[in-house]
Design a protein around this ligand. Structure first.
Ligand code: 6R9
Length: 654
C-alpha cells in the first residue's frame, strides 16, 4: 500500500501561462540548429556528441566516446587536445588573427580592443611566465581578479600548460579565499592591486595578503597593476608587468588528455565547506562550445556577444571565456556595475558596440524593471537579436519586460537552466526552433536526458511537479568534488538511484515543457500542499506595482507553514495603505487561495548572494523572528538591517 500522504503531488503546479513567442522567421530560416538535432540526438546520443566534439580541433582523436562507471564518467577517452589552442591559436591560423576577441570596457570609461592575434601573444607570454614561476601541468593556480583582460588571459595560460585554475570571485573575503587556496593546495595566486566598482578603486591585494599569510603552499603571488593603488610588497609577490611582459610571445601548446582537469570552481554553497567542482578538458569544451553555438545561434562573423556575468562564476567560465572563444566569437567584457556612472550604462554599452546577443540574470532584469522603462528607452538597441537569462527562474513578467523593453518585442528570450556542476547549458529553448513560453526553460537540449520525478522516483505526468533529474551522463558534467569522491556520490547521486539530482524542483506543463521551480530546500508546505517559492514570487511580480519578490515558508500553528512575502515595488509605484491586501488578493486570484501569503512586507532590497541569487534562508530567519544566520555569502550585509526595520509592520497584518 502506498504510504498515506495528505496530497498526491510532490510539488504543486499552480501557475498558468498562455503566452507564446514564436521564433522570428528570419532567425529560424538561418538558425545554426534545426529541429532535426533533437531527433538526431534521440536516435544516437553519443553520435550526436561525437559530432559536437568534431567542431573542436583534436591533436588525437578519442577511441571511446563515453566510459560510464556510474557515477564516474570519462568522455572522449584517449582523445588529446589543447583548450587554449582551440580558443585562440586555431582562429589565428585560420586567418582570423585581426578579428576582435574582446571589446573590453573598464568602468571609468577606458577601453581595450583585443584581437585573436593579440590574445595569442598575451596567452603565450603568460604561459611562459607561469612556467618560469615553477607552475607545471596539474598544479593549481588560484585566481582572484577584477574583470580585466588579464583574467581570461590567466585562465587560458593555465589551460595551455595544463595547470588547473581555481577562480575565486573578487568579492569573497580573505577567509573564503584562504579556504579555497588550502583545499586546492594552490601554488600560485594571480591577483591585481584592485579593480573599479561603483566609481571607485576597490582593493583586492590586501585581501590576498591576508589570505596567504602563513600559507605554505603558495610560492608566488602574481599581481596585475590596474588601479595604481598602493600595495604592500611581500617576498613572494611579483608584478605581472615585470614577469609577464618580458616573456617571449611564442609558446607551443601541448596536447592534454581529454580527461585532464581543466579547472576547479567552488560553489558558493549556503552551508558547510565549499565544494570544489572539478571540470575536465574535452567533454567540457565540447558542450560549452556547442551550447554557445546552438542556444545563442552565434554567428561568429557578424555577432557581437555580451555575457554580463563575472568570470568568477561558472557562467563567466563557460560563456565569456571557453564557449565564445572556442567558437571564434567577438565578445564584450565590462568591468563594473550597471549603475555607474548612471543607470543606463548597460544600454550605453549595447549601443556603443552594437551588441547582438545579450546574456544576463533575472536579478539584473528585475533591477532594471525597478529603475523604470524610460532608462533603456533612451538608447538605440536595435542591434539586439537574441536575449538570454541564467541564474534563477525568470518570472514570466520579468521575461516579458526583458523581451519588450530590451528586445523591442522582436527578440527571442532563451531561459537557460544549468549549474556550476553541469558545466554548460542543459535545458533551454533554441531561438530558431522553440515557441517559447515566458518563464519556462522548455526542453532539455539535444543530447541531454532530463526528467521530473516524484518522491517515489516515478516520472510525473504532464501537469505534475516534482524533482528535476538528469538521467544520462553529459559531456560537461562535473567529474567529482575535488579530493572527495564520496561527497560527490552523496550530494548528487544518492537521493535517487542512478539519477543525477541537481537539487531543483520543476514541473511539466500540459505540453510537457519544463518550468524550474527553485531549490527544493525552499519549497513551502502549506496545509498539505508543497508550494514552490518561484510560483508565488512570479504571481507577485505579475502585479504591475511589483518589481521583485521573495517568499519563504514560516512555521504556522494551523497550516504547518505560512507564506511570508518580501516585496520590492517598481520605481513609480507608491506604497499605498492597502498595497498588502491588494497583493495578497492578486496572488489568491492568480494561483488560488492556497497560495495567498499570510504576510507581505514591502522592503527596499532583498538579501542576495554575490552572484545575485536570493538568500531565502535569511528571510526565513526574519519571518520566524530568529536571529539572522550566517551572512558571509551575502553581497551586502546592510540589507538585512533594512529588512529587519520593516518587521513591526509585518506582525500587525491580518
Ligand atoms: C549557471 C548557474 C545553479 C542554480 C540551479 C538553479 C538556479 C540557474 C536557472 C536556475 C531556474 C534557470 N538556476 N539557472 N533556476 N531557471 N534558468 O547559475 O550556476 O551558480 O551553480 O547555480 O541556479 O537553482 O541549481 P550556479
Amino acid at each position: 500500500m502506498a504510504p498515506e500522504r495528505e496530497t498526491q503531488e510532490t510539488l504543486s503546479n499552480l501557475l498558468r501561462e498562455d503566452r507564446r513567442f514564436e521564433p522570428p522567421a528570419d532567425l529560424a530560416a538561418a538558425a545554426n540548429v534545426t529541429a532535426e538535432a533533437y531527433e538526431e540526438a534521440a536516435r544516437d546520443r553519443l553520435g550526436f556528441w561525437e559530432r559536437a566534439a568534431e567542431r573542436l580541433t583534436w591533436a588525437q582523436r578519442w577511441d571511446t566516446t563515453l566510459d560510464w562507471q556510474p557515477p564516474f564518467a570519462k568522455w572522449f577517452v584517449n582523445g588529446k587536445l589543447n583548450v587554449a589552442y582551440n580558443c585562440v591559436d586555431r582562429h589565428v591560423e585560420a586567418g582570423n588573427g585581426d578579428k576582435v576577441a574582446y571589446h573590453w570596457e573598464g568602468e571609468p570609461g577606458d577601453s581595450r580592443t583585443i584581437t585573436y592575434a593579440d590574445l595569442q601573444k598575451e596567452v603565450s607570454k603568460a604561459a611562459n611566465a607561469l612556467t618560469e614561476l615553477g607552475v607545471g601541468k596539474g598544479d593549481r593556480v588560484a585566481i582572484y581578479m577584477p574583470m580585466i583582460p588579464e583574467l581570461p588571459v590567466s585562465l587560458l595560460a593555465c589551460a595551455r600548460i595544463g595547470a588547473i585554475h581555481s577562480v575565486v570571485f573578487g568579492g569573497f573575503s580573505a577567509t573564503a579565499l584562504r579556504s579555497r587556496i588550502d583545499d586546492a593546495d594552490a601554488k600560485l595566486v594571480i591577483t591585481a592591486d584592485g579593480g573599479y566598482r561603483r566609481g571607485a578603486p576597490s582593493a583586492l591585494k590586501p585581501t590576498v595578503d591576508e589570505a596567504v599569510k602563513d600559507c605554505e603552499s603558495v610560492e608566488h603571488v602574481l599581481v596585475v597593476r590596474r588601479t595604481g593603488q598602493d600595495v604592500e610588497q611581500n617576498e613572494r609577490d611579483v608584478w605581472w608587468h615585470d614577469v609577464v611582459e618580458r616573456q617571449s610571445d611564442q609558446h607551443t601548446p601541448e596536447p592534454h588528455d581529454a580527461e585532464d582537469p581543466l579547472y576547479i570552481l567552488y560553489t558558493s554553497g549556503t552551508t558547510g565547506k565549499p565544494k570544489g567542482i572539478l571540470h575536465t578538458t574535452g567533454g567540457y569544451l565540447t558542450q560549452a562550445s556547442w551550447t554557445h553555438h546552438a542556444v545563442f545561434d552565434l554567428k561568429p562573423e557578424t555577432d557581437i556577444y555580451w555575457c554580463t556575468a563575472d568570470i568568477g562564476w561558472v557562467t563567466g567560465h563557460s560563456y565569456i571565456v571557453y564557449g565564445p572563444l572556442a567558437n571564434g566569437a567577438t565578445s564584450v567584457i565590462y568591468e563594473g556595475t550597471p549603475d555607474t556612472p548612471h543607470r543606463g550604462r548597460f544600454w550605453e554599452i549595447v549601443q556603443k558596440y552594437k551588441v547582438t546577443i545579450l546574456y544576463t540574470a533575472p536579478t539584473a532584469i528585475r533591477t532594471f524593471m525597478k529603475w523604470g522603462d524610460d532608462i533603456p528607452a533612451k538608447f538605440d538597441m536595435s542591434s539586439l537579436r537574441v536575449l538570454g537569462s541564467v541564474g534563477e527562474p525568470i518570472n514570466p513578467e520579468a521575461y516579458v519586460w526583458y523581451r519588450q523593453h530590451i528586445g523591442a518585442g522582436r527578440t527571442p528570450v532563451v531561459d537557460t537552466w544549468w549549474q556550476t556542476e553541469t558545466g554548460a547549458i542543459m535545458i533551454s529553448p533554441l531561438p530558431g526552433i522553440t515557441a517559447a513560453k515566458p518563464g519556462a526553460a522548455m526542453q532539455p537540449l539535444p543530447g541531454i536526458v532530463a526528467d521530473v520525478i516524484d518522491d517515489q522516483a516515478q516520472s510525473v505526468p504532464n501537469g505534475g511537479g516534482g524533482f528535476l533529474v538528469v538521467r544520462e551522463p553529459w559531456p560537461s558534467m562535473l567529474r567529482t568534488i575535488w579530493g572527495d569522491d564520496q561527497r560527490y556520490i552523496d550530494t548528487y547521486w544518492s537521493r535517487f538511484d542512478g539519477f543525477y539530482f541537481p537539487g531543483d524542483g520543476a514541473k511539466k506543463d500540459e505540453d510537457g515543457d519544463l518550468w524550474l521551480l527553485g531549490r527544493v530546500d525552499d519549497v513551502m508546505l502549506v496545509s498539505g500542499h508543497n508550494i514552490s517559492t518561484t510560483e508565488v514570487e512570479s504571481a507577485l511580480v505579475s502585479h504591475p506595482k511589483v518589481a521583485e519578490a521573495a517568499v519563504v515558508g514560516a512555521t504556522d500553528p494551523v497550516t504547518t507553514q505560512a507564506i511570508v512575502s518580501f516585496v520590492i515595488l517598481r520605481g513609480a509605484a507608491d506604497e499605498g495603505a492597502d498595497i498588502a491586501k491588494e497583493l495578497r488578493d492578486h496572488v489568491a486570484k492568480t494561483l488560488g487561495p492556497i497560495a495567498k501569503p499570510r504576510q507581505i512586507l514591502i522592503v527596499p532590497e532583498l538579501p542576495k548572494t554575490r552572484s545575485g541569487k536570493i538568500m531565502r534562508r535569511l528571510l526565513r530567519d526574519v519571518a520566524e523572528n530568529r536571529s539572522i544566520g550566517d551572512v558571509t555569502t551575502l553581497a551586502d550585509s546592510s540589507v538585512m538591517n533594512l529588512i529587519a526595520e520593516k518587521l513591526p509592520s509585518a506582525a500587525s497584518e491580518d
